[in-house]
Design a protein around this ligand. Structure first.
Ligand code: CUA
Length: 395
């Protein structure tokens, strides 16, 4: 409450009223000040939280490869131009506010209408700034989109609900299919051919929905984003989108779906794992091996359940052959050929190494990942144990 208002307010009232009003104003002021301090403290905490210097596995400002680095360089340029513009504009506003403020003389300032020189100036300057930003922007767009051709490792990326499938293409790829963990060699461009498929489409090579015979386009839009390796790329049903990623150093680079795609969008994570080239070759060769049949015990029991509980109707396991000669080939769910060689499952959100998490998933997938395509098969604890044993044998 301002002093002037307080004076006017109290003049017309008795001394008792005045005392009450003053006490109220003081109390009011103290409360307002406390609230202001709380707001400032909160704002400062939020600001400081954004300033972490380490542990930023998903910071686009900490690029780990040439694609991300060129995007980051463009961002830096635009950021500093914006900082200069901000400082100049805000500085002029503050100058005008303080220098030409009403000093109580009551004079009306000189009235001005139009200033051709100024108007030309503030039209040309922003145009020049926009051109200065457009040139490196267009150059970066072309740079990032440049296709290295044969030099690249080709991988098909398929967005499903809610997980990613990775298929290594060409002779070099040896037909390896995996899920949620994209292994790549360092210092080599990786060309990703990205598609989004519906749950009913078993194989990316198939153009028609096997159930209705219609062209498949009923997947949903996902967005593939590994912040330290490249910008986001939307994956759109009915289209194949191509993007490049590349990592300079071996390591694990977390990524996530960046486009709302349904109930478990937030649980659609993945990791890009970069290896030295020789190590990558070794990994690929191991992944190309068919799964070994369970040699007995609980794992063999689990292998039988794999067929009798319909797991086989959705999950491929290369080399699997059931008693009746049935093969597990369908890729509605992730290929499980080398399940135990992965460290995460179900959209990169659970640890393979944690038997409790695997058991919870097998018991009731919907309870731990709402909206997932895997149904609750109503497995008994013994069946869960046997299936776990089988999955852990798939190294
Ligand atoms: Cu897939 Cu969000």
């Amino acid at each position: 409450m301002s002093q002037r208002y307080l004076r006017r307010f109290t003049d017309s009232r008795s001394a008792a009223d005045r005392r009450t009003a003053e006490a109220g104003a003081a109390q009011h002021g103290a409360r307002g000040q406390r609230r202001r301090w709380s707001a400032w403290t909160l704002a400062l905490a939020v600001l400081i939280a954004g300033c972490a210097t380490s542990g930023k596995p998903q910071s686009a400002l900490d690029p780990a490869g040439p694609v991300a680095a060129s995007e980051d360089a463009l961002w830096d340029l635009v950021f500093w131009i914006a900082v200069v513009v901000f400082v100049i504009v805000q500085g002029l506003i503050l100058l005008a506010v303080f220098r030409y403020r009403d000093r109580g003389s009551g004079d009306i300032p000189r009235q001005v209408a139009g200033n051709t020189r100024l108007e030309v100036f503030w039209t040309i300057v922003p145009a020049v700034i926009l051109i200065a930003i457009a040139i490196p922007t267009v150059r970066t767009i072309f740079e990032v989109a440049r296709d290295p051709g044969d030099q690249a490792l080709d991988v098909r990326v398929v967005g499903k609900q809610y997980w990613w499938e990775f298929e290594y293409l060409g002779d070099e790829g040896q037909g390896v299919v995996t899920a949620n963990q994209l292994h790549i060699p360092t210092d080599r461009p990786i060309a990703l051919d990205m598609q989004s498929l519906s749950a009913t489409q078993p194989d990316p090579g198939m153009d028609e929905d096997p159930q209705v015979g219609q062209p498949v386009s009923d997947g949903v839009i996902h967005s593939f984003w590994v912040p330290r390796l490249a910008g986001k790329q939307d994956v759109v049903p009915g289209h194949t989108r191509r993007m490049m990623i590349q990592a300079d150093e071996p390591g694990t680079y977390p990524g996530q779906c960046a486009e709302f795609c349904g109930l478990s969008h937030a649980r659609m994570r993945f990791q890009v794992i970069a290896h030295e080239p020789a190590e990558f070759e070794q990994w690929l060769t191991e992944q190309a091996q068919p799964a070994a049949a369970a040699s007995g015990g609980l794992a063999a029991e689990g292998q039988e359940l794999f067929q009798s509980q319909q797991c086989i109707t959705c999950h491929a396991i290369d080399g699997y052959e059931a008693a009746g000669g049935a093969a597990a080939e369908v890729r509605i769910g992730p290929s499980l050929t080398h399940f135990a060689s992965r460290t995460t499952f179900a959209g990169g959100i659970f640890d393979v190494d944690d038997p409790e998490q695997l058991a919870a998933w097998l018991r009731d997938p919907q309870a731990v990942k709402p909206g997932a395509q895997m149904p609750n098969l109503g497995l008994s604890p013994e069946q869960v144990e046997a299936l776990s044993a089988y999955l852990y044998s798939l190294e």
